[in-house]
Design a protein around this ligand. Sequence first.
Ligand SMILES: Cc1cc2nc3c(=O)[nH]c(=O)nc-3n(C[C@H](O)[C@H](O)[C@H](O)COP(=O)(O)OP(=O)(O)OC[C@H]3O[C@@H](n4cnc5c(N)ncnc54)[C@H](O)[C@@H]3O)c2cc1C
Length: 575
Amino acid sequence: MIEHDVIIVGGGLAGSRAALEIARTDPSLSIGLVAKTHPIRSHSVAAQGGIAAVLQNADPNDTWEAHAFDTVKGSDYLADQDAVEILTREAPDVVIDLEHMGVLFSRFPDGRIAQRAFGGHSHHRTCYAADKTGHAILHELICNLMGCGVTIYDEWYVLQLILEEGQTKGVVMYRILDGALAIVRAKAVMFATGGYGRVYNTTSNDFASTGDGLAMTAIAGVPLEDMEFVQFHPTGLYPVGVLISEAVRGEGAYLINSEGRRFMEDYAPSRMELAPRDITSRAITREIRAGRGINPDGSAGGPFVYLDLRHMGEEKIMSRVPFCWEEAHRLLGINAVHQPMPVRPTVHYSMGGIPVNTQGQVRSSTDDLVEGFFAAGEAACVSVHGANRLGSNSLLECVVYGRRTGAAIAQYVQNRKRPDLDETPYLADATRQIQALLDQTGSYRIAQIRQQYQDCMTQYCGVFRSEEVMRAGIARLKEIQQLYNQVYLDDKGKCWNTEVIEALELRSLMIVGELILTAALNRKESRGSHSREDYPNRDDASFLKHTLAYYSPAGIDIGYMPVTITLFQPQERKY
Ligand SMILES: Cc1cc2nc3c(=O)[nH]c(=O)nc-3n(C[C@H](O)[C@H](O)[C@H](O)COP(=O)(O)OP(=O)(O)OC[C@H]3O[C@@H](n4cnc5c(N)ncnc54)[C@H](O)[C@@H]3O)c2cc1C
């Protein structure tokens, strides 16, 4: 059995920032960090546009209160405002701390950190490293981690959370290199496992964003919060879904329909292309539905709209958003200096997740906590984003709450014994589970079932939703879930068996998708990213509350939890 004081699952921004904080707080603690990828291949590395913080470099009139208000309004008033206050007040400090670690932010000519406009933010407050911000931050964090004695288990897949009598005791993990299984026993377990974009067929997320941490938490009987809120980013490159950062619109790009018109004036006249993502994604979807989308041959009635950078000029495009230019060029052969890019909404971010308090401690219900279990980053729901996240607030959440959760864990494990744990049944179960996958004699390949599943979620639980469509979706999803036992693996070996990993990830996708659909069906209103055609209005009287969804193989139970409102009373949300 492997032993640590703390085991962190996830090497993205949230997990690595937490690990660093624990090591800084108490260098004598033994910290393990596991990731199924190498940590610097976590999805955080792909973050493009930036990280929000009121540094007042571009705009001396900006305040944390304005950042908090924008965030709460953007969330359609579902965010917990105590958590938003912490996020926005601590933002300048964590960004300066990152700079001191060595992160190379882009700068104004006078040397101060540059700040740009972003959707839903009322001031220019997004700090950035061109359009490769996640790369700049994650590499520096991991470099800093290497120097402080954290044991990194890279390319190990965690397949179970060990939770006995209300207390987490460790995890079960599988080494991808050779199929070895190991149990880790620890005083505290932290999940920072990122998002689940792969539940859908078109996403900006990496292949590893399969919601494993969410599924393991749900299987262990811990509820998940606000799973119905799935963020569709307005500008996924057509047809692949790869992200074209909001920074491109922050720097001045236009959205154009088949009539050559900037249609955002019909939807959010005061903010135009820089309206929040839920509103912009719905606007694009409506334009496409109304026949004002564009076809690959340029004719009207097609599946995408144009993102037009041409008026920005070559110099600005190449210095501020070079990566986005490169993506369109590499994937579609488009030179955005002279041609518009085809875009449409793509699944991007999970507002919901593992419910935590502002110390990162996981909730087992509205009032109770799970002993020894922590979470942060996209996998968690502290809820700073409520029903819709603003761009550049997620990297910020990872760093602010990664740091806070790390500090809370360092405190929690002091003077505490390692829990009693018998590893035998866990090892036997995991061995049986993997052997069963290898022995199965079905006729389906993993990719076939995964594709059907992703198509189902995309068709029945997309930008617009309704009772009838979602009920049909749940029925279809149940049929596809039955096929899981008919998966056939070609590779029966132990060395780098990616089929075993994909089969385990498919299990995660299936659980997460069912939770999303069930939570969405139960929320009979439209709020933020959750847009019901049969309930088009926000209904504060009935639904100004967080969903808690409890999973069991027999079905999903839905409960609700109050929203914390401290600073701003809910108002109608207009831009
Ligand atoms: C293309 C793109 C651009 C973005 N741009 C921005 C931006 O400009 N600004 C912004 O604020 N946000 C942006 N976001 C969102 C933001 O990047 C993410 O929400 C954030 O980085 C998530 O960090 P994380 O630490 O929570 O998880 P991740 O970085 O996703 O890391 C998850 C970690 O968990 C590990 N893991 C998962 N499951 C297992 C398992 N079963 N066993 C072992 N390890 C496991 C993975 O290996 C990985 O190390 C962007 C997102 C995308 C997809």
